[in-house]
Design a binder for this molecule. Structure first.
Ligand SMILES: Nc1nc2c(ncn2[C@@H]2O[C@H](COP(=O)(O)OP(=O)(O)OP(=O)(O)O)[C@@H](O)[C@H]2O)c(=O)[nH]1
Ligand SMILES: [Mg+2]
Length: 328
């Protein structure tokens, strides 16, 4: 006896991803990403002049009466007050993405004062959603107060999110200090754009050979603290992986990582053995025990692209930073 079933395939789950930029630096990030991926972008600031040029799918002006359309002047107390007042406005604009990533330069009043409060509120409202943050730590020369603001915010972010990707501006200065400021900043901007759009690309199943899905990503980054996000483009998967890690602006020790996810986007004709060098580099050279990898063959790339996320990494700078403010 044979049975015939009508073919009814389940609907493909679509992962909704949103990036919310806070303050001047965060709104820069949304502008740089605009038009480059399917990620929904939201720009949030008290400063009307920043918002007037921010590129995003939604723009939210907060603290209109408290700061009269200006910045907070580096006042995290004021940033917090603004957030308490306008939290619902921002949460409405964010909606219910499966993955929310917040971006800011820590040190100022909006990024350091308002952002952690709003992310905590988002987490309380949507405990099942994944939340990350991508932040910069201020240059030493910006002074003790900004550094303190950033330290407090980092501590709060580690509590309010699943993962925090940290870029040290001082490391940018050390590596690219001889370049004109604009060019050095552009390097950091483009690393962020590649890394964040790489995340979206990894979650999109088109052309996948070895598929990594949202569950793989979640198990790597869920409640994982400090993460490293890197992106490299080179002639081979091995070189691209090394480049992705070396370019990160964090003194991270990968041998302590909880796990890593590496996503390879290879040109047509690339062979599997060559592509499999990517997870091997992480495992054998950097000592990461648990490596999940994905592979996509894409007709639109000429060289191999590799995105690396390593979760729960340790960093001497961050350890010292947290010790200074009495965290662990
Ligand atoms: N790498 C990089 N860092 C930046 C950039 N702009 C600002 N920063 C850093 O981000 C920190 C916060 O600056 P803003 O984003 O201007 O501050 P804000 O959150 O808008 O807060 P207020 O202006 O004080 O209300 C600064 O102390 C810098 O360290 C940028 O374009 N690139
Ligand atoms: Mg500002």
């Amino acid at each position: 006896m044979s049975f015939s079933y009508p073919i009814r395939r389940p609907e493909k789950p679509i992962v909704k991803m949103a990036i919310v930029g806070f303050g001047g630096c965060g709104c820069n990030t949304t502008s740089n990403l605009y038009g480059k991926s399917a990620i929904r972008l939201i720009a949030v600031d008290t400063d009307a002049s920043v918002l007037s040029i921010a590129k995003a799918d939604a723009v939210v002006h907060i603290g209109e009466f408290l700061t009269k359309g200006r910045g907070t002047g580096g006042d995290i107390g004021l940033g917090r007050k603004v957030a308490e007042k306008d939290v619902d406005k921002v949460l409405d604009a964010i909606g219910e993405p499966d993955l929310l990533v917040a971006a800011a330069g820590l040190g100022g009043g909006v990024g350091s004062g308002a952002m952690p409060y709003i992310l905590s509120a988002f987490r309380e409202k949507h405990p099942d959603k994944l939340i990350g943050a991508v932040v910069t730590m201020p240059f030493k020369y910006e002074g003790a107060e900004r550094i303190k603001n950033a330290q407090i915010a980092l501590r709060e972010l580690l509590d309010a999110t699943d993962f925090v990707i940290v870029n040290l501006n001082d490391l940018l200065l050390k590596r690219y200090g001889d370049l004109p400021v604009q060019d050095a900043m552009k390097i950091m901007d483009s690393m962020l754009v590649y890394g964040l759009s790489g995340l979206a690309d990894m979650l999109d199943p088109t052309n996948s050979v070895i598929r990594t899905d949202f569950s793989d990503f979640t198990s790597v980054v869920k409640r994982s603290g400090v993460n490293l996000l890197g992106y490299g483009i080179q002639a081979s998967a091995r070189k691209a992986t090394e480049r992705a890690i070396e370019q990160c602006l964090l003194d991270a020790d990968l041998s302590t990582a909880r796990g890593a996810l590496v996503f390879v986007k290879a040109p047509l004709g690339a062979n599997l053995k060559e592509a499999s060098e990517a997870p091997r580099v992480l495992n054998e050279i950097y000592g990461v025990d648990k490596v999940t990898w994905g592979l996509k063959v894409a007709p639109d790339v000429k060289r191999t692209h590799v995105m690396v996320v390593a979760s729960g990494v340790s960093s001497q700078t961050i350890d010292e930073t947290l010790k200074e403010i009495g965290g662990e």
